[in-house]
Design a protein. Structure first.
Length: 231
């Protein structure tokens, strides 16, 4: 008579760590992050001191308004607690990002010749499916849409947009900074200044989509698999 096997599921932290250290892409990212974090602590006044925050974006930007970290100007026990919180939060963000890269590398390997699914290449719909087939990725896209909508409203409707671009930039970092760099030259051309917010918006939208795909792949890999009946 067939009986169902119930293998013990690995805890979520263990699955996360396995993805974050299971392939060369994730390990290389963690190595670069370790160097950037050392620079942040050893040279807080260096132009590269913020590189650890950029590498761990967008999660690292969540507590950006909290004055914690090296060079924050806090003294005594509060300084130690702030620095420890800063380091632990960046480490957690780095592990999540590394796990997302690990999920991407695992998926990419499956479509290589000899992989689990052979040389069959996925279509565009299959590539973008992780961005919309789970609630975390859909929620992230909703945040990006709200931030981008506020930016466009501030630029084209409000008399003074202020720093409205900071919200979509932070939500889609680190790729959002590429969109900012590409759109910036148009600001210095009076005849094409109107094009800058549109280029930035397009770049931000694409950056958010890429981040959502990575998040969706991570969610898929971390999702516990249902045990299959065993004969």
């Amino acid at each position: 008579m067939p009986t169902a096997s119930h293998p013990r599921r690995e805890p979520l932290p263990r699955r996360l760590l396995a993805l974050a250290a299971g392939n060369w892409l994730a390990r290389a990212y963690l190595a670069v992050f370790a160097v950037s974090l050392a620079v942040t602590f050893l040279a807080p006044d260096s132009p590269f001191a913020g590189s650890s925050m950029l590498l761990t974006a967008p999660l690292s930007f969540l507590p950006v308004f909290v004055p914690a970290g090296p060079g924050a100007g806090i003294d005594g026990v509060a300084e130690v607690a702030a620095v420890a919180t800063f380091a632990l939060w960046h480490l957690l963000c780095a592990l999540v990002n590394a796990a997302a890269l690990g999920a991407l590398a695992t998926r990419s390997a499956a479509f290589l010749p000899g992989g689990a699914r052979g040389a069959r290449r996925p279509g565009v719909r299959a590539l973008l499916a992780p961005a919309v087939d789970n609630w975390p990725a859909r929620g992230y896209l909703a945040v990006v849409a709200v931030a981008l909508g506020f930016f466009l409203c501030a630029v084209f409707v409000l008399p003074d947009p202020g720093f409205a671009g900071i919200y979509p930039l932070m939500a889609t970092a680190p790729l959002g900074f590429v969109a900012l760099a590409v759109s910036s030259p148009a600001e210095f051309l009076s005849s094409a200044a109107w094009l800058s917010p549109l280029v930035f918006s397009l770049g931000v939208a694409l950056s958010g989509l890429v981040n959502a795909v990575l998040l969706g792949l991570l969610v898929r890999r971390l999702r516990p698999r249902e045990p299959h009946p065993a004969a």
